[in-house]
Write a protein that binds this ligand. Structure first.
Ligand SMILES: [Zn+2]
Length: 321
């Protein structure tokens, strides 16, 4: 007897939906200079999970360490959601990228090893999910090193990718990350395609591959609510979120871009949200020429291209600052 699976209504085929293109059909817009996908591929999708667990609350609100309710809410991720998500990814034969704060690896060694052992990529996500925006250089470096040490000790992993906690970066962050041997960053919001990011203006400055992200492709905004701590109190239906993400998936597929989805196990690992996520992955896998891959795989491909580096520079303010 076939297994009955809940169905989240999707917009596929609905008026206004972006029609999938046939295999080999070129992207509707020009690709950035020098950029191309591997033969037979016209766009890519990566499904990523930031395993924030308690760390996301503890970094911004240390007093929540005293709040059983908040800690338990965050522990839904490693305790309940990760096993469900690993089953889901296994059903879809999809490999994902998990960005893991070092502290979380230390607190949840068996869970993080289960992710590694299922063949998913493990990447860096700070130590205790610290924001780098207002950090001095030495503090930022300590967090990076401590995160690396934890991933090495607990998982034996040397990550190639870095996602800044909350995507918060300062102007030094790319250079610091490159100095520690990372090959890619997945943090910035200025592009639809992967690109080569310069870490400084001088000729020969180190570069990273940037895999761009966006708040609209993050589950935190539509789903997450902790009274007094985060969220607006409006929790969207998975059917609404599935429509939103499917539209972006199909539009980026048409543009030949990268669909880079950021989920958090404690957020999107809840039952009906996981159903919607599985339907989204199925949709991505059904698009002709769509490469569903890990961040490392996409970064490795992009590295092989001779792309001109993109330099972001701090703007000068009118008062001269
Ligand atoms: Zn995070």
């Amino acid at each position: 007897m076939p297994r009955s699976r809940p169905h989240i209504p999707s917009i596929a085929g609905a008026p206004g939906a972006v029609a999938p293109r046939a295999a080999g059909q070129p992207a509707s817009g020009p690709l950035p200079a020098g950029f191309r996908w591997p033969d037979g591929v016209r766009a890519a999708a990566t499904f990523t999970f930031d395993l924030d667990a308690e760390a996301a609350m503890l970094a911004d609100h240390p007093r929540t360490a005293d709040f059983l309710d908040v800690m338990a809410h965050q522990r839904y991720g490693p305790r309940t959601a990760v096993p469900r998500l690993l089953r889901l990814l296994d059903r879809r034969r999809a490999r994902a990228t998990f960005f893991v704060p070092g502290w979380v690896a230390e607190q949840w060694p068996a869970v993080t090893r289960s992710i590694r052992d299922a063949g998913h990529e493990i990447a860096h996500h700070g130590y205790l999910h610290e924001s780098a925006r207002a950090m001095d250089e030495a503090t930022e470096e300590r967090a990076l090193v401590r995160g690396l040490a934890a991933l090495d000790t607990i998982l034996g992993v040397r990550p190639s990718g870095y996602r800044a906690p909350s995507w918060d970066m300062n102007w030094r962050t790319p250079g610091l990350v490159a100095r520690y041997g990372f090959r890619y960053s997945s943090n910035l919001m200025d592009a639809d395609h992967p690109y080569r990011l310069a870490t400084g203006p001088e000729p020969g400055a180190a570069t990273l591959i940037e895999l761009p992200v966006h708040w609209a492709l993050d589950d935190w905004e539509p789903y997450n609510y902790l009274p007094g701590l985060t969220g607006t109190g409006v929790i969207l239906s998975p059917s609404v979120v599935l429509v939103r993400w499917t539209l972006e998936l199909e539009a980026l597929a048409a543009e030949g871009g990268l669909f880079n989805l950021t989920n958090h196990p404690f957020v999107s690992g809840r039952a009906s949200r996981a159903v919607a996520l599985e339907q989204l992955i199925e949709r991505a896998q059904a698009i002709d020429g769509m490469w569903v891959a890990t961040c490392d795989e996409i970064a490795t491909w992009t590295e092989s291209l001779d792309l001109p580096p993109v330099l972001h520079e701090r703007p000068k303010l009118p008062n001269g600052d």
